[in-house]
Design a protein around this ligand. Structure first.
Ligand SMILES: Cc1cc2nc3c(=O)[nH]c(=O)nc-3n(C[C@H](O)[C@H](O)[C@H](O)COP(=O)(O)OP(=O)(O)OC[C@H]3O[C@@H](n4cnc5c(N)ncnc54)[C@H](O)[C@@H]3O)c2cc1C
Length: 307
């Protein structure tokens, strides 16, 4: 179905609790902060609205993408995939006496870490990482030692096993997640996450958070427009993706408005003049050089939408 027909269809479906935007500037949807355009951007403010929306998009074979805070997403300059964001109703965090913590998918990681700290739960390994709970679970974010899914008991989500959306609560097992991935068949959207973690002294958590942010500031460009590590670390190499790229002398290399960070070679930055195509082409060039020189195929960690 053509994008104009999808627009008409969405308009005429008259689903409550959706905020619908056509020809939306995508600058604030991704931390690359690029002035692209997305044909249809929708904020879903309730689970029912999200579910109905996914059903009609699915019925019409329209491609859609659930976005969190876009800190791991490159959106094409002219994106015809429907971009959906979960609204404020999904932004909450609750603590229970039995050690369970629940958080809505659109809750920001920074707020999550701070509230957990106040309640004596240590999620300091996530400090300094931007993103939402939904995005973090979807890519199992974290560091070398700990990842967020290690502390997830279950998730509430919408799945599309056949042609209709179903709401489910799924207990996470070790097979469901690994290095920067979550694997749930036919997952349409994560809506709520149940965490379980032991408590720790607040003073210790505070020290951990401070230390973590200090290290991150030293090694990563936290003040530029980027989406974190562009490539996953290859499993068949002792070197990280950043080390491989650095050893080719690519730090500071530019393509249009895209630049390989001078601080961390696995970060691609928007020098404020980039279009998405520049970032995409620079990533392609880097992956090609790494493959040619080391016979290693780099895989994107950053998700591409609308390409
Ligand atoms: C400066 C910087 C430093 C970073 N450091 C780290 C780091 O140390 N470790 C690390 O792991 N990552 C890091 N990242 C990457 C990024 O912050 C994380 O991957 C983050 O968890 C992404 O969250 P998001 O909400 O921004 O996701 P988005 O970019 O919006 O989306 C990422 C993926 O999650 C999916 N998604 C989002 N919400 C939902 C939902 N509700 N249901 C289903 N799927 C959903 C999207 O479809 C997409 O596939 C860094 C990024 C930056 C900019």
């Amino acid at each position: 179905m053509k994008i104009e027909e999808i627009k008409t269809y969405i308009r005429s479906a008259k689903i409550d609790n959706l905020e619908i935007f056509f020809d939306y500037n995508t600058r604030n949807l991704s931390t690359f902060r690029i002035n692209g355009k997305c044909s249809i951007f929708i904020i879903a403010n309730t689970e029912e609205a999200l579910s109905s929306l996914i059903n009609i998009l699915n019925e019409n074979n329209a491609k859609y993408y659930i976005i969190g805070s876009g800190s791991n997403t490159l959106i094409s300059d002219y994106c015809n995939d429907v971009i959906i964001k979960l609204g404020r109703k999904f932004d909450y965090i609750e603590f229970y006496d039995n050690g369970f913590i629940t958080a809505g998918a659109s809750c920001m990681l920074g707020k999550f870490i701070t509230k957990c700290y106040k309640n004596k739960y240590d999620f300091s390994f996530l400090a300094g990482i931007p993103g939402t709970i939904g995005g973090a679970i979807s890519g199992n974010c974290g560091d070398k030692l700990e990842t967020i899914c290690d502390y997830v008991e279950s998730i509430e989500c919408l799945r599309l096993p056949k042609n209709r959306v179903v709401k489910e609560k799924i207990k996470l097992k070790p097979v469901n997640f690994g290095y920067r991935f979550l694997k749930i068949d036919n997952l349409a959207a994560i809506t709520k996450v149940f965490f379980k973690k032991d408590k720790l002294e607040k003073e210790l958590i505070f020290i951990n958070i401070k230390e973590r942010i200090k290290i991150k500031k030293e090694v990563q460009p936290l003040n530029t427009f980027n989406c974190g590590c562009f490539f996953k670390n290859p499993l068949n190499s002792k070197k990280t993706a950043g080390e491989l790229i650095d050893s080719l002398g690519l730090k500071g290399f530019t393509y249009g408005g895209a630049v390989v960070s001078a601080k961390h070679a696995n970060f691609i930055e928007n020098s404020k003049m980039a279009v998405s195509e520049d970032i995409f082409n620079l990533a392609k060039l880097i992956a090609g050089l790494v493959n040619k020189n080391f016979n290693i195929k780099l895989e994107h960690e950053v998700k591409l939408v609308g390409f």
